[in-house]
Design a binder for this molecule. Structure first.
Ligand code: AMP
Length: 412
């Protein structure tokens, strides 16, 4: 026998209960997002590498270390999508969605790819449910995307805490970056090597560090929230007022920075205590500079993305639908296989969940199998007629083959 091939590290097969739970997540995301007028979008699994280099930011961890980038046979540099916002913005531009009433509201449930250290809750291929509202800078958009994610998490039994911050406009942030960089340079010896090396490239990432010395330095650093322009302060206050009105609790977190460069103004993250080290279940924010960076006219946007695997890990008490088998069709003699097969097809066409014997089991084996899959009715096709049996009560009737479906429907 040749050696078995395993799935690559950091990937998962979705099967059994996991597959049912995933379908339920999709179903509920549909319900929550459809109700708010978000339309589904599916973008390609790979894009031009340039999209992420420009859209996510050259200095981010995602672009520097985590992308699955390859050249195709035509010599183009392509990248498996590491996130969903840049592709959706690319699609917005490519399909001229600026002509539609704004904001354009889109949602997705797709797989994403990042070369990360694989561990519980952190994979190299993972799924995100996300939503983007492009074309309006109204603070109601920020509040709505946050509330939609909160609702989705609640629907899926995830208890999560919301942290909220504002990064200001790109101008305000750039001015702040310089002040922060000089604070970090002044305390360079206390910082982790990684943060120290990137003081000028990406000083804000210092706030993401777990390194004790770095944390002590950032605790004393000037805060971006105290350095916002008046417009940004007003925008942030309006977002908070709408969340307050909606009764959604949150903590303002002046140190909240997100891993992607494109955020402006509102940023948010939901953490779930059920998740342990990888506590981030979903987050997002406003990205008013992104569409322009991708070659469009200046266009504001805001959205969220949440990890499907983490939602399912953290979710509690969500009843999963169980598949029902209305009827199992077996036969006592192989020469009745064609009749049994036709009967199962007819039952399905009539709207019943019908399974047919597919493995040539003995009669005893068929009875056992019908029981194992939880069939409510068993139809045994015999030479002259078909026996229809209620599995639970054992009650049995004998019918002509063409009367079986009507009787099964009657007994549903
Ligand atoms: P991000 O796009 O990095 O803001 O991530 C948004 C959400 O996606 C996170 O809160 C996680 O729930 C999920 N996520 C991000 N990276 C991974 C990963 N490598 N494995 C599993 N889930 C992830």
């Amino acid at each position: 026998m040749s050696e078995r091939i395993q799935a690559p590290r950091g990937t998962q097969d979705v099967l059994g209960e996991q597959a049912v739970a995933r379908a339920e997540l999709e179903h509920r995301a549909h319900a929550v997002l459809d109700a708010a007028g978000y339309a589904r979008i599916e973008t390609p699994a790979f894009e031009a590498t340039e999209l992420f280099a420009r859209g996510v930011g050259e200095s981010t961890d995602v672009v520097q270390k985590q992308m699955y980038t390859f050249s195709d046979a035509g010599g183009r540099s392509l990248t498996l999508r590491p996130e969903g916002t840049a592709p959706v913005c690319r699609a917005y531009l490519q399909h001229g969605m600026a002509r539609l009433p704004q904001p354009v509201k889109l949602w997705y449930l797709s797989s994403f790819f990042r070369y990360e250290r694989a561990q519980a809750g952190r994979y190299r291929q993972f799924w995100q449910v996300g939503a983007e509202a492009i074309g309006s800078d109204d603070p109601a958009v920020d509040a709505e995307t946050i509330l939609l994610l909160a609702e989705l998490l609640e629907e899926l039994g995830v208890r999560a805490r919301l942290r909220l911050g504002s990064l200001g406009t790109l101008d305000a942030r750039n001015r702040y970056r310089e002040r922060l960089a000089s604070h970090l340079h002044a305390h360079a010896a206390e910082l982790s090597a990684e943060v120290r090396e990137r003081i000028d490239a990406n000083p804000l990432r210092a706030f993401d560090s777990d390194h004790a010395g770095t944390r002590a330095v950032t605790a004393r650093a000037p805060k971006l929230l105290d350095a916002l322009d008046p417009d940004d302060v007003e925008h942030f206050a309006a977002v908070r007022a709408l969340l307050d009105d909606a009764g959604l609790p949150y903590d303002v977190d002046a140190t909240l920075v997100r891993g992607l460069d494109y955020y402006t103004r509102t940023v948010f993250e939901f953490d779930s205590p059920q998740l342990g080290a990888q506590s981030g279940v979903g987050g997002g924010g406003r990205y008013d500079g992104l569409i322009e960076a991708l070659g469009g006219l200046p266009t504001p946007g805001c959205g969220f993305a949440a990890g499907a695997e983490r939602i399912l890990l953290a979710g509690e008490n969500v009843p999963l639908p169980t598949a029902t088998v209305d009827i199992y069709v077996g036969y006592t003699n192989p020469d009745r296989r064609r009749t049994a097969f036709a009967l199962a097809l007819a039952a399905r066409r009539a709207g019943l969940n019908a399974q047919v014997e597919l493995a040539g089991r003995s009669l005893k084996g068929q009875l056992k199998h019908a029981d194992r899959i939880g069939a409510r009715l068993l139809a045994l096709v015999e030479a002259e007629a078909t026996a229809l049996k209620e599995m639970e009560t054992g009650e049995q009737v004998t019918l002509g083959d063409d009367a079986v479906v009507a009787e099964a429907l009657r007994r549903r």
